[in-house]
Design a protein around this ligand. Structure first.
Ligand SMILES: [Zn+2]
Length: 262
């Protein structure tokens, strides 16, 4: 199963450095984030399959230690999708991350704990040609990575078929992946936010909508949406929204409210 991305972008990394804190007044946020520092995100294996490409050269200049970098972003993703390491989290044994000289941007494949993600050196070259700043390249690389890593750790809806056979399944999976990117500063804000369409269009349509719901309706919306897949069978947007936001919640009405706010 491959999750292909079509769109993108990034921002400065909130470097999550946690040191042991002797203060008894550690904030809840710090405490919650610190919890993930010991979580086993799986073995990260980085393989450069295009070492002679310009894209590879650009990547390595930006990211000298890819495995640490990916691990760090994995914890950002996990802390966005889950309340704590004690939740029922999709187990990931290994993430094989490859740089490849191929078309496309980046995609996740694999399953059953063995995940593969490729990142295209041609895409790196394309982004670099448009804006040869390391800031821009790192922003883009991090944004794409947050999206693909979400696919590794997110939960999947039950009772409605598969990613390839069911549009609701697909829209949720791609919407949550872009939502994680949105709320972690992985897109260029309103500039990247689509107007119109529908949340069933997935990706940024759904992603920015979920982020708006998190901002305006429930500060834990994305976590609850992810976890709703464990509670609902068959899963649907209608039932998930009721579960998270109350029986009166209607995805269509909220979508209309969201669009009106743009
Ligand atoms: Zn995707």
């Amino acid at each position: 199963m491959n999750y292909f991305r079509t769109l993108v972008s990034v921002l400065s990394l909130p470097l999550l450095m946690f040191t042991s804190c002797s203060s008894t007044h550690e904030s809840e946020e710090q405490a919650a984030a610190a919890d993930w520092s010991g979580y086993d995100v799986g073995t990260i294996v980085f393989v450069d399959d295009a070492p002679s490409s310009r894209g590879s050269e650009i990547y390595h200049e930006l990211i000298p230690d890819p495995e640490s970098y990916i691990r760090e972003q994995a914890r950002v993703v996990l802390s966005t999708l889950y309340f704590s390491p004690n939740d029922s989290i999709t187990p990931v044994e290994e993430i094989l991350y490859t740089l490849e000289d191929r078309d496309g941007i980046s995609a996740k494949g694999g399953g059953d704990g063995q995940v593969q993600v490729y990142y295209s050196t041609r895409y790196i070259e394309k982004v670099f040609a448009e804006d040869p700043s390391s800031e821009r390249m790192l922003f883009e690389t991090r944004g794409v990575l947050l999206h693909e890593l979400t696919h590794a750790y997110q939960l999947e809806p039950q009772g409605i078929g598969t990613y390839g056979t069911n549009k609701t399944f697909w829209a949720l999976i791609e919407g949550v992946a872009d939502a994680v990117r949105v709320v972690n500063g992985g897109f260029k804000g309103p500039q990247d936010r689509p107007v119109g369409g529908h949340y069933m269009d997935g990706y940024r349509h759904a992603g920015y909508f979920f982020a708006w719901l998190q901002e305006n309706k429930d500060p834990d919306f994305i976590k609850k949406l992810n976890l709703s897949t464990l509670e609902l069978n068959p899963w649907s947007f209608e039932e998930a929204f009721k579960l998270i936001l109350g029986n009166e919640a209607d995805p269509e009405a909220l979508w209309t409210e969201y669009q009106a706010s743009l």
